[in-house]
Design a protein around this ligand. Sequence first.
Ligand SMILES: Cc1cc2nc3c(=O)[nH]c(=O)nc-3n(C[C@H](O)[C@H](O)[C@H](O)COP(=O)(O)OP(=O)(O)OC[C@H]3O[C@@H](n4cnc5c(N)ncnc54)[C@H](O)[C@@H]3O)c2cc1C
Length: 436
Amino acid sequence: MIIPGKKRGVKAWKCDVCGAVFKGDTPPETCPVCGKGPEHFIEVTIEEIDFSSSADLKFVIIGGGIAGLTAADEIRKRNSVAGIEIISDEDVVCYNRPMLTKGLLAEPESNEFYVQQPDWYGEKNIKTTLGVSVFSIDAAAKTVELSNGETREYDKLIYAAGSECNIIPIPGADKDIVQVIRKISDVHAIQARLDEIDSVAVIGGGVLGLEAGWELARAGKKVTILQNGGYVMNRQLDKAAAETLQAAAEKSGVTIITGAKTKEITDSGVMLEDGEVEAQLVIISAGTVPNVKMALDAGLKGDRFIEVDSRMRTSDPDIYAAGDCAAFTGVSYGLWNQSLDQGRIAGINAVGDDEEYEHIVPVVAFTGFGIEVFAVGDVGNGGKEYKVEEKNEPDKNIYRRLYTADGVLTGGIAINDENLGVKIMDAYKNKKDLHL
Ligand SMILES: Cc1cc2nc3c(=O)[nH]c(=O)nc-3n(C[C@H](O)[C@H](O)[C@H](O)COP(=O)(O)OP(=O)(O)OC[C@H]3O[C@@H](n4cnc5c(N)ncnc54)[C@H](O)[C@@H]3O)c2cc1C
């Protein structure tokens, strides 16, 4: 039976830098998504539904990341009797994955590590099956097969399997010297080696590669970042902003090689087409590959991502998908807030309520090398006719740039100017005019 939900306001805190929202009476000490302090939190009221359904249904959720967790949370809020099971191949419940590169060397098992403390799942009667992977879905029988030999039946399935690190196909990529950073187990593996290593090569000059490089440099390691593109963070920055960032990195003692053509990983580092970088640890940070194979094998529509509509429905009416593995209108930003929101929408609709997803503002923030970089949207990489407005103060490492196309703000970059970053996000989201 479905009973329309009653809405109530709940106190929450919104990070004005990355837009992440956290419920509670006080703001978190630092934003677990972008690392900013409590001064960046503004109090907001979010609407919550008490609950609306008492249907005795079984919800199975594949993946215990943020999309899986928010789906489970929304289902439980609306249905206190349904069976909800999260199945994850990781050994721990959902944690703040963005912290992995930001707190690479910190002790991660802190209160802020978990999104919800492990006890919360029992209190909410949400079953967690950890350290077990789902290896197939039978959409006709509405069952999933688990790696421990068990089978689960479902009424509604939420597919939130996230993504994995992209391993570049070069010889030596499977050597012991190589590490990726996607899971807490990866961080533990790096921490275990740290005392034995002096030099690190990071393949990939995107935001995660830079974060890892910065953390390892702070730990006293000799770090070289190898970027195959012409400049670092080339998906989020323009060349001039990237050069400001690179100069700051080099001032911090980190070497960045752009246009790097990696040929092979050996036991002593990375061979390039025109040289060699010595390293005792090689971190590959070269993008992600969405975990879609099992869903495609089950007949769901998609390609690189699973296709979903605005209610996170896949081509199968009883299967929803959300997070890094899903794309709405063909778009997936691979960002935390997107996964959080898509999981929420998947749960709401799977349980029989109704809410539509709207694209988030794609914000990327990087703090390191003594500077703060903030980028929103399309900054000249989308093949449009752009107009650029800029105001820089090179002596203070301040860089401001706004991009418009057809009179509409498409994106912007603010380095060492947080206030502008917030304004760009607001103007971008609300399609407002903005000038420097
Ligand atoms: C190091 C790092 C730093 C990041 N920093 C930022 C940032 O600063 N800002 C930002 O917005 N985003 C950041 N991101 C991206 C963000 O973390 C992801 O967008 C988000 O975690 C995706 O959530 P998800 O629930 O879709 O998938 P995931 O978090 O990948 O969770 C999916 C879960 O499903 C499990 N799983 C997969 N297949 C199976 C299976 N067959 N059976 C059972 N379990 C399975 C996986 O092991 C995983 O636990 C970062 C990501 C990383 C790795």
